[in-house]
Design a binder for this molecule. Structure first.
Ligand code: ZN
Length: 138
């Protein structure tokens, strides 16, 4: 099971995730969202940042179904999906995760043939604060 390992820039992301909230970093001067978290805005070079709440909603922008050889911890869960989610409020930001049936469910809880590009998804969180995704309409 994956456990978040926050660095200084990403620590707020994980702190909000542990509370069940998906937030993205944004520039406090020009307002541009940015991901992954970093100290400087790539648009205006400001170091002022804020953490903007999101609805946690998005669409599957792309996905893969990894095949062996896999790391030992993942081999037992294959086949499973890895999805790239485009956030509803900030379409330029895409997060990598797994589509599952419910919060904390195993990676193989949903069949890979149910994953579709464009499907609407909602962020959920494991007990350790790791974001996962569920279908809005299962
Ligand atoms: Zn900026």
């Amino acid at each position: 099971m994956l456990t978040p390992v926050p660095d200084a820039d990403g620590a707020p992301f994980w702190r909000y995730a542990a509370e069940g909230e998906l937030r993205v970093q944004a520039c406090a001067d020009c307002g541009e969202p940015r991901f992954p978290p970093r100290p400087c805005c790539p648009h205006c070079r400001s170091f002022a940042g804020e953490w903007r709440p999101t609805s946690g909603r998005g669409r599957i922008w792309s996905y893969v179904v990894p095949h062996p050889p896999l790391l030992p911890d993942y081999a037992a869960q294959a086949p499973y999906n890895v999805i790239l989610v485009e956030l509803a409020e900030t379409p330029r930001i895409r997060l990598v995760g797994n589509l599952v049936t419910e919060p904390g469910a195993p990676l193989d809880s949903i069949s890979p043939d149910r994953v579709r590009i464009g499907a609407r998804v909602q962020a959920v969180f494991t007990a350790t604060g790791l974001p996962q995704w569920i279908l809005e309409r299962p």
